[in-house]
Design a protein around this ligand. Sequence first.
Ligand SMILES: CC(C)(COP(=O)(O)OP(=O)(O)OC[C@H]1O[C@@H](n2cnc3c(N)ncnc32)[C@H](O)[C@@H]1OP(=O)(O)O)[C@@H](O)C(=O)NCCC(=O)NCCS
Length: 287
Amino acid sequence: MAAQDVPAVERLTGEGFHELDVRTNPRDWPEPTPRSEAKAEAWRRRMAHILRHDGGGCWVAEDESGLIGVAAAMRRDLVWILATFVVRPGLQGRGVGRVLLDAALSYGTGCLRGMLAASGDPKAARRYRLAGFTLHPWMVLTGPVARDRLPVVERVREGSTGDVDLLNSVDRQVRGAAHGVDHEILTSAYRLVVADRTTGSGYAYVEPHGGPYLLAATNRRTAADLLWEALAASTSEAPCSISHVSATNEWAIDVGMTAGMSLYTSGYLALRHMKPPMPYLPSGYFL
Ligand SMILES: CC(C)(COP(=O)(O)OP(=O)(O)OC[C@H]1O[C@@H](n2cnc3c(N)ncnc32)[C@H](O)[C@@H]1OP(=O)(O)O)[C@@H](O)C(=O)NCCC(=O)NCCS
């Protein structure tokens, strides 16, 4: 992948994931909408960031019609992480994905562990399992948050770039690898809340309409407080979500259920040589 490919890569992933959302949308969820221009711009920034730091992990496939597939992977400490993987709808299931994933995996040579957020597409699950990943089903809680059930959360404060050492230290304890340079782009794109207590520490990046984008903590109590803080940022009109909840993170299911949200299944956490991190709600992109 070259820097000039990023806009076409964004369009391809937008198209591929929208087609997947339409194909797999649970019947009582709102109709999926195409990626907005604001989200597309954020997506291009993230892709350019990965390409800058992990050029060797970013691959595209093309034919005479142009770009038809992309796989982008990064290395953080000794963990290989797949950020995105899509083949153009209509051209899927013909082996393009296998070649792309093999190229992205080769960037992980020397990495002990690997992780990625797998969609519910059976073709993706097949590729990842054949590449040796263990698939841990994921849950998602969604719906409006019952505001009258929000607890008073103490000793959680707004975070800033000055907290990056703390964030990296929590990352290493929870998932065995710091997010490192990813905190630069995350702190510029999301509100950050931090808990730094003698009893435990952690942080959460909060979605603009509430709910966690990424949350990590050294114990469940701290994680639950941070999750409540992220849910408190939602409004009663707009539903928000707690995504990427593995069975080991039952504390998050308990918070979401107390908040009156509905539980569904959604995709997999795919891991190599590691157990599902806990307490941890990964982002789909930076994990
Ligand atoms: C996941 C994805 C990138 C894989 O790319 P691809 O080109 O379709 O992958 P491949 O053709 O190399 O491999 C697909 C495998 O699934 C098999 N397959 C095809 N249709 C299938 C189906 N309906 N159910 C199960 N397996 C299927 C293929 O035979 C192939 O297996 P094989 O190599 O053993 O023959 C692509 O399907 C895609 O973009 N899906 C939508 C977006 C998505 O889910 N991305 C992954 C995000 S984590």
